[in-house]
Structure formats: structure tokens, C-alpha cells
Write a protein that binds this ligand. Structure first.
Ligand code: ADE
Length: 225
């Protein structure tokens, strides 16, 4: 079973994304184990301190190295981990390729940043990989960690009921997914494309490929270049 350990100063923010839908099912099926670790429990002084002012001045508190090192060391005493991932906006942006790669790796530790940042020595000495979920700044790494986990977990075999459905996602072949429709076939004159009602599997597949290509060229031409 793949273990994902998420280290955070505000683990309560993490709960809901894991308590429903696909991630909940993956946990219940025993395919993945996801645990939250409160950085405050690893403080090395009796004030439960985990952050401090930055050297050289400047606004905002910086997460200290000691509690993070202590937490990671305790985890590593019990299991092996393939990556210690730090969620931060100043990092390479998450892609389907990265999610695919991480889904076939072993256990993972994900570290959430907050406030002004984290002592650079954590990034230099403990973290093995840094990931951003996009060019915008959130208040902490918890939502990005949940985004990363969701994108990884749904790719693990056995998690999705229909094994092929992850393969037909947008980005899996560098194309956006084609449009999909369900009943009613005619909604106030807005009709579902005839071809989808034809039962002709080959024609439907060709239609989907064409729509994928047109959609990608229009919305995300960069994916085709
Ligand atoms: N923490 C704050 N903003 C973030 C982002 N865009 N991606 C990853 N972690 C973050």
C-alpha cells in the first residue's frame, strides 16, 4: 500500500478533500494510506514554536528546520520514502506527466509551506522535489498538497472503477478531453451531436479525437507545439 504523509502547520485544512469521492474510496479500499502530521507536535522547544523571524529582517515568519527534520526523521525510521515533496509557488508547475511519475513511485512525504516561507536549509537538505500548482500564491501548501494527492491517487490502478477513465482524461495524451453529453438527447432544442447516438464506435472515436484536437488548438495551442 502506498503511504502519503502530509506535514503541515494547519492539518485541519486538509481534512475535507480526503473525506469524500475518489480519495476516500482509495483509502477505504486500502490502496493508499494518507496521514496528516501536525508540525506543532514536533516543536523542539516547549513553546510549541515552529516558526521564527527571518534573519536580515523582513515581514513574515519563516518555518524552522528543526521541527521539520524531526518529523521527517521519525517517519523515515518507520518506512522508506521515495520523495520528500515541498509545495511552493516558486517551483516547477505540476503537470499530468509529474502526477503519472509520482503515482508509480513508492511512499511519499509532502511538506506544506505557510506564512512567508521555509528556512532554505530545509529545501537544500531535506526536500527532494518542489512542486507548484500554478502561478498564483495561496496562503499555504495544504490545498496544493490536496490537489497533488488527488491527481496522483486517481492514477493508481484499482482506484477508479473504470480503469480506462484516467487514460481518457485531458492531458493524458497532451490533448484536452472532448465534450461529453448525457440525457436528455434534446434539451429545449439543444441537441446532442447525432454521431454520439449512432452506436458506431469507430465513428464516435474519430469524432472525439477530432473534437479533442480542435479544442486543444483553440484553448491550449501550447500543448500541441
Ligand atoms: N503554496 C502557496 N501557493 C502555492 C502554489 N501556487 N503552489 C504550491 N504551493 C503553494
Amino acid at each position: 500500500m502506498k503511504k502519503i504523509e502530509i506535514i503541515s502547520a494547519t492539518p485541519e485544512l486538509l481534512k475535507s478533500p480526503f473525506s469524500g469521492s475518489i480519495m476516500k474510496r482509495a483509502i477505504e479500499k486500502g490502496i493508499v494510506e494518507i496521514k496528516f502530521h501536525d508540525l506543532k507536535d514536533y516543536s523542539v522547544n516547549n513553546k510549541k514554536q515552529i516558526d521564527d523571524y527571518q534573519f536580515g529582517g523582513g515581514s513574515g515568519m519563516v518555518l524552522m528546520i528543526e521541527p521539520i527534520k524531526k518529523c521527517v526523521d521519525e517517519l523515515k525510521k518507520q518506512h522508506d520514502y521515495d520523495e520528500v515533496i515541498f509545495m511552493t509557488p516558486d517551483a516547477p508547475i505540476l503537470s499530468q506527466k509529474i502526477s503519472n511519475e509520482l503515482s508509480i513511485k513508492g511512499n511519499l512525504i509532502i511538506l506544506c509551506g505557510h506564512y512567508k516561507g521555509i528556512d532554505q536549509r530545509v529545501r537544500d537538505a531535506i526536500v527532494t522535489r518542489e512542486i507548484s500548482i500554478g502561478d498564483y500564491v495561496l496562503s499555504g501548501g495544504e490545498l496544493p498538497a490536496a490537489v497533488l494527492c488527488d491527481s496522483i491517487v486517481r492514477l493508481i490502478p484499482g482506484v477508479l472503477n473504470d480503469e480506462t477513465s484516467a487514460l481518457t482524461d485531458s492531458f493524458q495524451d497532451n490533448l484536452l478531453a472532448p465534450p461529453v453529453y448525457t440525457r436528455p438527447a434534446n434539451y429545449n432544442g439543444m441537441k446532442v451531436p447525432e454521431i454520439l447516438l449512432s452506436g458506431n464506435k469507430k465513428k464516435i472515436e474519430e469524432w472525439r479525437e477530432e473534437k479533442s484536437l480542435i479544442k486543444t488548438k483553440t484553448i491550449r495551442p501550447d500543448l500541441i507545439d
